[in-house]
Design a protein around this ligand. Structure first.
Ligand code: PMP
Length: 395
């Protein structure tokens, strides 16, 4: 018998399974469960995009691409970043295609963190940041965010957790799970702190196209002196409805991109070829039609967002207005339960699944994450059931 427990990498052994998965394994085992839990678009990849992926296979484009990805696609991303965030990335040495934003995050973290370093992560945030930091031997350090400050990173909270060991900070806005955004003015308050302490930024911009209320997206890389210390991780999964194609990209100064390129070259080779053709069509079509598909989906999310947030607040589950991504993050404290108790009780009583906020960090303890990447009918049905559940609790 092999003594796996003591022979394997202890960091991998001690990683906790994702809190989203743990909950969903229970939810999917139940019949007719209405789930508002999944963090991916309910839209199928728009036809013009997916046909290009299919055609590439039929035309025999089934080999590897360059390690960094198709040149035409890197040019298209460069043009897109210029137009969208006003930052110029050289397609030859500063852009690389990855296997989803997920690989981009892993590469960025692995190329920056050394054992003993500290890396700052807003709490609550997406589940993968802290484990990826831990895997490098560095320590993930939470930055507290709260509903009172609309779950933004404030200069005070950021300053509090910086030490001489701090290597960098992840800025994941629009945020999963809170829907919080950081505007240009919000970012302007934290940029001087980042520069003063000479730390790096990993800017997770996977939801950048999904901002509402006419709040324009600003990338921290566009601030003076920030380009050289920022890695942008982004991708096609969310705004272009392409989760299953597994395609993301990184934009970074060439010195950093070269590090990530080496890890990617040995670990991955290249992002999926058909997916790169699909993404190329997504950008080319969007340049031609003014991002019609992305705009259509964003408008649908916005309708659902407004409906969901109004319903939650009307039934007494206080919900600050999320201005990005496709999640609402209501507080459930008024029920006398924390987020985890609430999610289990709701699943038991009404067969509706939402995700306990604690899955995203300690500051999410009294909250649940509700995704609105579902049809209005599904959201309405779930809201009616949650309302019934709350009434029955009061009896
Ligand atoms: N960042 C955030 C904040 C996410 O929510 C996700 C997916 N849920 C990712 C990155 C990774 O996305 P993908 O690998 O599908 O591009």
């Amino acid at each position: 018998m092999i003594d796996y427990e003591n022979k394997v990498n202890p960091i991998a052994r001690d990683l906790k399974p994702s809190g989203i998965r743990k909950f969903f394994d229970i939810a999917v085992s139940r019949k007719n469960c209405i789930s508002l839990g999944v963090g991916e678009p309910d839209f199928v990849t728009p036809e013009a995009f997916r046909n290009a992926g299919i055609a590439s296979i039929q035309n025999g484009k089934t080999q590897y691409t360059a390690n960094v990805g198709l040149q035409e696609l890197r040019y298209a991303i460069s043009r897109y970043m210029h137009n969208f965030i006003g930052v110029d990335y050289n397609p030859h040495d500063s852009i690389m295609l990855t296997v989803g934003g997920s690989e981009g995050l892993d590469l960025a973290i692995r190329s920056l963190c050394r054992p003993g370093d500290e890396f700052l992560i807003p709490d609550p945030s997406f589940v993968s940041y802290a484990p990826l930091v831990s895997l490098t031997g560095a320590t993930p350090i939470p930055i507290k965010t709260d509903a009172e400050h609309k779950f933004k990173v404030t200069p005070e909270e950021l300053e509090k957790v910086i030490t001489p060991k701090t290597k960098g900070v992840i800025l994941p806005f629009p945020n999963n799970p809170t829907g919080a955004v950081m505007t240009k003015e919000d970012l302007a308050k934290i940029v001087p702190i980042i520069l003063k302490h000479d730390i790096f930024v990993i800017s997770d911009e996977i939801y950048a196209e999904l901002q509402y209320n006419n709040v324009k997206f600003t990338s921290i890389a566009s601030f003076p002196d920030m380009y050289e210390r920022t890695v942008i991780v982004s991708g096609f999964s969310k705004a272009f409805a392409m989760t299953g194609w597994r395609l993301g990209y990184i934009c970074a100064p060439k010195e950093l991109l070269n590090l990530m390129y080496k890890i990617h070259q040995y670990g991955i080779m290249c992002a999926p070829t058909a997916s790169q053709y699909c993404a190329l069509a997504a950008l080319e079509t969007s340049f031609q039609n003014g991002f019609a598909e992305v705009t259509y989906m964003r408008e649908k999310y916005d309708e659902r967002r407004r409906y969901l947030v109004d319903r939650l607040n009307a039934m007494g589950l206080t919900c600050f207005e999320p201005e990005g991504a496709f999640y609402a993050f209501p507080c459930v404290k008024s029920t006398g339960m924390d987020g985890e108790q609430f999610a289990y009780a709701l699943l038991d009583a009404k067969n509706v699944a939402v995700v306990p906020g604690i899955a995203f960090g300690e500051s999410g303890k009294d909250f649940v994450r509700i995704s609105y990447a579902y049809s209005v009918e599904a959201i309405k049905k779930a809201m009616d059931l949650i309302e019934e559940f709350l009434k029955e609790l009061k009896k």
